[in-house]
Structures are given as C-alpha cells and as structure tokens.
Design a protein around this ligand. Structure first.
Ligand SMILES: [Zn+2]
Length: 100
C-alpha cells in the first residue's frame, strides 16, 4: 500500500472513531433527557461497560419500565451479556430476586 493510501486509511479510521464517540455522547445525553422526561428513577449501569446507545435502545424498547414488575423506581439495565437482546430494564427489587 502506498504511503498516501495508508494515511487515508488511518484518517478514515480516526474519523469513524470520532463519529462513534460523538454518537455515544449524544446517546448518553438522550438517556438523561428521556429519563427526566418520563420521571423514572434510573441508575446508569457503569460497571457493565455498556455502550450508551445500547442502554438507550433497551430503555426505549422496555418503555422505561422494569421487565419484571413494570415498576419505574430504582431501575437499571442488566442482563447476561452486552448486546441488546440479552439486556433488559430491571428494578433493584427484581434484580435481587434474579441474582439469588
Ligand atoms: Zn421490578
């Protein structure tokens, strides 16, 4: 590969990474906005290292309610993996029962 092509490829990678970071920052802001609009009590799952865009998608899919009891207090996003389909919105009470 010529040096010019290698440089172009590197610039493209950097641009994609910057775009992804911007998308994730936007998603994080949307989470804050939509959580406050819906009035639910939500803690971001920091330990799980989930992408904000994934967390936002799960919240919207589950309509900002606990999948176990339908409640809207002490919510977080948790599950068996990091991808959309293995995650759900769950409240702290239901989470304790699942963890037993
Ligand atoms: Zn619940």
């Amino acid at each position: 590969m010529s040096r010019a092509l290698a440089k172009l490829a590197r610039l493209n990678r950097e641009r994609r990474r910057a775009e992804m970071q911007r998308d994730e920052r936007d998603a994080l802001r949307r989470i804050e906005e939509e959580v406050s609009e819906t009035g639910v009590q939500f803690s971001y799952p920091h330990g799980a290292r989930l992408r904000p865009s994934t967390v936002l998608g799960v919240l919207r899919r589950d309509e900002f309610k606990c999948r176990g009891c339908g409640g809207n207090e002490a919510l977080t996003v948790d599950g068996s993996g990091r991808d959309f389909d293995s995650l759900c919105v769950i409240c702290s009470t239901c989470l304790e029962q699942v963890d037993d």
